[in-house]
Write a protein that binds this ligand. Structure first.
Ligand code: ATP
Length: 242
């Protein structure tokens, strides 16, 4: 596995194992994420991406392995569905469980472009707006590690593009370590500085994306990474070597 680009390590996982009904889903997985890295995780459906994320979030107590899972203290998780509580107003959703954070909550809402919507009910917001509230909620705790499980998967193409810009902007401002699970190779290449492919229970591919900050599909380098990763994913389906 390629080493991360120097600096401090935010996440360290060694020999992680997770079985469901005796079937290994994570099978001796090793992983290191550098502090402040933006990393995307690709893999076939059912390859164990969400399982890995849940383990890192401390939501799965049945993972085993010879090593440890080390993560920073402040970890936030964002899911595909925004998981807002419909009976709480937007600002109350953002600061849920965080005493004395109303001002920070309002600032986080302003950061995601929702100033003035603090008192709205989640049901009054569009899907993209709900997902922005969820992002504000993830950020208000000032996470050192942001785990995102296909946060844009349910959004239309245009909203998704806008959310990419927003996430990248928020990342540059706050610099958490990010692990973004996605099915979308283009999303991975556009957003991440490093892309991993999960296959057969381990990180099978680990690629550093050496492209400028503002990335475009028109850039030939973009296509090279896209082809490489698509090939790696295709090989994971057929069992062929990339
Ligand atoms: N609680 C569970 N009980 C039984 N099997 C499970 C459970 N959670 C996950 N699995 C199995 O583990 C495998 C990996 O699931 P996981 O959700 O991690 O995959 P994924 O890569 O995130 O998939 P997708 O891209 O489709 O969301 C699947 O075969 C799934 O059926």
């Amino acid at each position: 596995m390629a080493a991360h680009a120097g600096g401090l390590t935010a996440v360290r996982v060694s020999s992680l194992e997770r079985r469901f009904a005796a079937q290994p889903v994570l099978d001796g997985l090793d992983l290191e994420l550098g502090a402040g890295e933006f990393v995307a995780l690709l893999g076939q459906s059912g390859s164990g991406k969400s399982t890995l994320l849940r383990a890192l979030a401390g939501l799965d107590h049945d993972v085993t392995g010879s090593g440890e899972i080390t993560t920073p203290e402040r970890v936030s998780v964002a899911f595909q569905d925004s998981r807002l509580l419909p009976w709480l107003r937007v600002l109350d959703n953002v600061v849920l469980g965080l005493a004395g954070a109303r001002r920070a909550g309002a600032e986080a809402l302003a950061e995601v472009g929702l100033a003035g919507r603090e008192r709205a009910w989640p049901g009054e917001l569009s899907g993209g707006e709900q997902q922005r509230v969820a992002l504000a909620r993830s950020l208000v705790a000032e996470p050192e590690l942001l785990l995102a499980d296909e946060p844009f998967g349910a959004l239309d193409a245009l909203t998704r593009i806008r959310m990419h810009g927003l996430l990248r902007e928020l990342y540059q401002r706050h610099r958490p370590t990010v692990l973004l699970v996605t099915h979308d190779v283009d999303e991975a290449v556009e957003l991440a500085d490093r892309v991993l492919v999960l296959e057969a229970g381990r990180i099978a591919v680990d690629v550093r994306i050496d492209l400028p900050g503002s990335r475009s599909l028109r850039d030939p380098g973009f296509h090279e990474y896209r082809d490489l990763l698509r090939h790696a994913l295709g090989a994971a389906t057929t069992g062929a070597k990339p």
